[in-house]
Design a protein around this ligand. Structure first.
Ligand SMILES: *[C@@H]1O[C@H](CO)[C@@H](O)[C@H](O)[C@H]1NC(C)=O
Ligand SMILES: *[C@@H]1O[C@H](CO)[C@@H](O)[C@H](O)[C@H]1NC(C)=O
Ligand SMILES: *[C@@H]1O[C@H](CO)[C@@H](O)[C@H](O)[C@H]1NC(C)=O
Length: 614
């Protein structure tokens, strides 16, 4: 115990010189819109270290919550009161009632308060083995934050009223450092004077032409360009590659995306090659890889899609945000490529209503991969980042990887998918994909609040199940997906015969009588879906043979149309590794003894007075 005290003493005093514990944090983000609450964090082996720097002299709170609200959250509250630092582990129940946790898993490392700010630094285990704490994984986590101008008193923290909020983050993102010459040239793809409607959600799309280069360039970094003051308005940005055969006539105007009147040319832009989301940082390509521009295979026309979030219906906002692409003629060793792997986006992807969970799978099978890889890169391709993509009903996505019938570690996963937080996640280690490998994109949806079928499609109320795989060296494969047989699906609801030849879309049912002359979509909506029926349907669709479709970068499909491949015999759904908490024993650095706490408090109070005097 004595050694502990000395260590703390050392840590606290060492930190005092640097205005912090002296620790560096690889990640830092602003949590509020007013610029008052900064969160820094970094991984330390099996622990995560945090630094909160908040413009208040009262308490500051941080938590992890399933929905972004205060219910069922893991919360830590700290501050400096009368020169004494404090840090307390709390949790809330479903009714948002706050309780102090009997197992205190957050460890104060540094605290400071001056006339304007409170700074606290603390650590916790990723997995605390406390049922009241949330385990921190690679999945998205909804971080909640709050602060108050008063410190925590006898009765616990006072209600923070509007000084609170939530932000989605992936806390275990690998640390990427990259040195770029500051003078690197760039070009911007930014919207021009978009009038933001006074409604919750707007997706604004515009096509751009990539500058014409005489020689090959590599984009090595992409950064968001957010109009000042619009940091919380611009929610996410996607950049799609469009058909290269278009001409400049499509460049003139922006339009609301997925709107019935949107220009047809927009529909040719389907491959995401860059994604940024609020809370996300800029994207660096690995030092040996760049995104090629200026050769015939490269994007010429791109679509910029910006999601604006205007929950308080502010009127008259005009936005000019977008992306900045840094490029160089000093090209790197490899070209980056993107493969879209998952379910082919179509109305044949069907999800019944009222389901708390429904699983869909997209298969990128060896037939697709092998042909592309054997021709070009028999030694395989190397994946370095992945964007998992679904729409509003998406709850979880996994990218599974099979070799010779055996499942390897997941390439990427997010068990807490948040549509409003989409960005490429770097892999901790590059993953090689060899000829003969299979990939499965597995998606989990929730349609509890829907009364009608959900279909695969482009709008946000329709669904997708995709993984955009960023890899090198580039091969000529843009898409590798599967499509489900619709007739087998329709048999489930009792359809016997459809009108042939098919001349209308969606096609029409001939028999039985209850569906006669209905489109297949109307027929599926007419079926009385219960949760039980939904589950049986789910079981059926997961076992159906799939049709594989592959397409090249120039959009030429070389498939395998109609070629049915059976999915490999796999465990469904993918089961996470078993938790390592066998018995709920407190961690090694569990509860501090009262004596130690008192020591810490005295030390903190000395330090904090040093700081306030400075
Ligand atoms: C208080 O501390 C914060 C955070 O370290 C610092 O930014 C600010 O300038 C300090 N204010 C004063 C008045 O010293
Ligand atoms: C450009 O494309 C549009 C339709 O996509 C076509 O009508 C027009 O003729 C094309 N213009 C040129 C100059 O090729
Ligand atoms: C169904 O459609 C067919 C072909 O369009 C038509 O001949 C028939 O009268 C329709 N039947 C009913 C009951 O509407």
């Amino acid at each position: 115990m004595c050694r502990w005290l000395l260590l703390l003493l050392w840590a606290l005093l060492a930190g005092s010189a640097a205005g912090g514990s002296g620790q560096t944090y690889p990640h830092r983000t602003l949590l509020d819109a007013e610029g008052k609450y900064w969160l820094s964090w970094g991984r330390r082996d099996d622990r995560l270290a945090f630094r909160l720097e908040v413009r208040t002299a009262g308490y500051v709170g941080l938590g992890f919550s399933p929905t972004g609200g205060m219910a069922a959250a893991d919360i830590v509250v700290g501050g400096v009161a009368q020169g004494r630092p404090y840090l307390q582990d709390y949790f809330t129940n479903e009714n948002r009632e706050l309780t102090k946790d009997s197992q205190q898993d957050y460890h104060l490392e540094y605290a400071m308060e001056n006339s304007t700010h409170t700074v606290i630094e603390f650590t916790r285990d990723l997995q605390t083995c406390d049922k009241n704490d949330r385990t921190i994984t690679e999945s998205t986590v909804k971080v909640i934050w709050a602060y108050h101008h008063e410190d925590v008193g006898e009765d616990g923290p006072k209600y923070h009223s509007s000084n609170r909020g939530t932000k989605s983050l992936r806390l275990l993102n690998p640390e990427k450092t990259s040195v770029l010459s500051t003078a690197m040239p760039y070009f911007d793809l930014v919207h021009q004077n978009v009038p933001i409607p006074n409604k919750d959600t707007t997706y604004w799309c515009q096509m751009f032409k990539i500058p014409v280069f005489q020689e090959k360039h590599h984009v090595v970094k992409v950064e968001p360009v957010i109009q000042r003051g619009h940091e919380s308005l611009v929610h996410h940005i996607l950049l799609y590659q469009c058909d290269s055969n278009l001409n400049d006539s499509i460049l003139d105007y922006g339009h609301e995306c997925y709107h019935p009147n949107m220009p047809d040319a927009f529909y040719t832009c389907q491959t995401v090659f860059f994604a940024w989301a609020i809370g996300g940082e800029g994207f660096f390509y690995p030092p040996h890889v760049g995104l090629s521009l200026g050769t015939p295979l490269d994007p010429r026309y791109v679509l910029l899609e910006v999601h604006y979030d205007n929950p308080t219906y502010i009127e008259g906002l005009i936005d000019n945000s977008g992306l900045r692409l840094f490029h160089t003629t000093d090209v790197r060793k490899y070209d980056a490529g993107v493969i879209e792997a998952g379910l082919w986006v179509s109305r044949f992807h069907t999800i019944p209503p009222g389901m708390p969970e429904f699983h869909s799978e997209g298969h990128c099978t060896l037939e697709c991969l092998e042909e592309a890889l054997e021709a070009e890169k028999p030694s395989g391709i190397h994946v370095f980042a992945v964007l998992l993509h679904a729409h509003l009903a998406g709850r979880g996505i996994k990218l599974r990887h099979f070799r010779k019938g055996k499942e390897m570690r997941l390439i990427a996963y997010d068990d807490n998918f948040d549509f409003n937080f989409q960005e490429f996640q770097y892999l901790k280690e590059e993953r090689t994909i060899l000829p003969g490998d299979n990939l499965i994109t597995e998606c989990r949806y929730n349609t509890k609040d829907r009364t009608w079928m959900t279909w695969g499609g482009l709008s946000t109320r329709s669904e997708m199940c995709l993984a955009y795989i960023l890899y090198y060296p580039r091969i000529n494969l843009a898409r590798c997906s599967s499509i489900l047989d619709i007739m087998e699906q329709l048999q489930f609801i009792g359809v016997k015969e459809i009108y042939r030849p098919v001349t209308t879309w969606p096609f029409i049912i001939k028999s039985p009588k209850q569906y006669k002359n209905l489109s297949f979509m109307d027929a599926m909506n007419k079926f009385k879906w219960t949760e039980k029926e939904g589950l049986s349907f789910n079981k059926l669709v997961l076992d159906l043979p799939v049709t594989v479709r592959c397409s090249r970068a120039d959009n030429a499909e070389w498939s395998i149309q109609g070629m049915a491949a059976s999915p490999p015999a796999i465990e469904r759904p993918h089961r996470a590794e078993p938790s390592e908490c066998t018995s709920p024993s407190p961690s090694l650095h569990g509860n501090l003894s009262p004596g130690l706490l008192a020591g810490l408090t005295v030390l903190g109070s000395v330090l904090s007075s040093v700081h306030s005097g400075a």
